[in-house]
Design a protein around this ligand. Structure first.
Ligand code: PMV
Length: 314
């Protein structure tokens, strides 16, 4: 029996544009998914027979990273699903990690690659941002070029992404979770249609790419004011490529008086927003007053790891 856990993530800058080969900056957050793999008579998930259409990520993870006898996979999650906080990546990375550890050892680069292939297969089109953040933890920069602090490279057909470690300074973020479920696949497909037909959308994607690079620089200098300005601009651009939601705008507005900046995070269309602040409790209160769920998160936490069975399972 092997137990692994992996963190969720927030995308600070660059969601959607990263699918088109632009850079992105993502941070691991202290909400985790834990998966335990153990021998069984039939393939099952949380004690129920495994069904491909119900357990899409887990069954794709089995295809990618297992090939052994039947197993049961037990999962427990602290990450709301469809929240934009990387629950599908964390379930995939923790399962792939547990399967690989069961057969030998934890090799982050292999886990990141296999987990990307799983997400890409289930979602139809994906970047490795979520799965590499969940694997490495801390912070990652995805970019088309290889630069300092290189970790690994992920290729898929014509596209390739270089994954780098990003040092995360002490920053306080609050997540506002709208409880509006949004599926990443259709949102990504919608942006592709827009980019294929609208020069403004192409310009928005290009500008988001520049924001990421300016954001990396602001992170390196712990420049919260600049980070906040860039978050605000990134949010406006995400609205312009039609992945916003009125509820996300309401939350962003409610947080602004107490924040350096705020933006939607992840695929959008619902899900979550994030605010950078020195006053997490004031931001959390403002989010609560709008009827959404505030989550004060730590960022830059550890990536995929083996857990000691019995101490971590709930
Ligand atoms: O829905 P999430 O939080 O998994 O974020 C998806 C991020 C996108 O850039 C929209 C897609 C991707 O695969 O990078």
């Amino acid at each position: 029996m092997v137990t692994c856990s992996a963190p969720g993530k927030m995308i600070l800058f660059g969601e959607h544009a990263v699918v088109f080969g632009k850079p992105a900056l993502a941070l691991a957050i202290n909400l985790r998914i834990t998966s335990t793999v153990k021998g069984a008579n039939q393939y099952s998930v949380n004690g129920h027979p495994m069904k491909k259409r119900h357990h899409m990520y887990i069954s794709a993870a089995l295809d990618e990273a297992w090939g052994g006898p039947p197993i049961n996979i037990d999962t427990s999650s602290e990450i709301p699903s469809g929240s934009g906080l990387g629950s599908s990546a964390a379930v995939t990375v923790s399962c792939v990690g547990a399967m690989m550890a069961h057969r030998g050892g934890l090799e982050p680069e292999k886990i990141a690659l296999k987990s990307f292939l799983v997400e890409n297969k289930v979602q139809g089109r994906a970047s490795p941002t979520d799965t590499s953040t969940s694997t490495h933890g801390q912070g990652i920069i995805v970019s088309p070029e290889k630069v300092d602090n290189f970790l690994w490279r992920i290729e898929n057909g014509q596209r390739c992404w270089n994954i780098h470690h990003c040092e995360v300074p002490r920053l306080h973020f609050v997540v506002g979770y709208t409880r509006i479920h949004a599926s990443t696949g259709p949102l990504v497909a919608g942006v592709k249609r827009l980019v294929d037909s609208s020069p403004e959308a192409v310009r928005a994607i290009d500008r988001i790419g520049e924001i990421v690079l300016e954001g990396v620089d602001a992170m390196a200098h712990s420049d919260k004011k600049r980070l906040g300005e860039l978050m605000d601009e990134n949010h406006t651009l995400l609205n312009s490529i039609q992945v916003g939601h009125p509820e996300l705008d309401r939350l962003v507005e409610a947080c602004r008086p107490f924040s350096y900046g705020a933006k939607l995070t992840g695929a959008g269309g619902g899900g979550s927003m994030i605010a950078l602040t020195d006053n997490p409790s004031a931001v959390a209160k403002a989010i609560k007053e709008t009827g959404s769920e505030p989550i004060i998160v730590d960022v830059g936490v550890e990536g995929v790891r083996l857990e000691d069975e019995g101490t971590t399972r709930k």
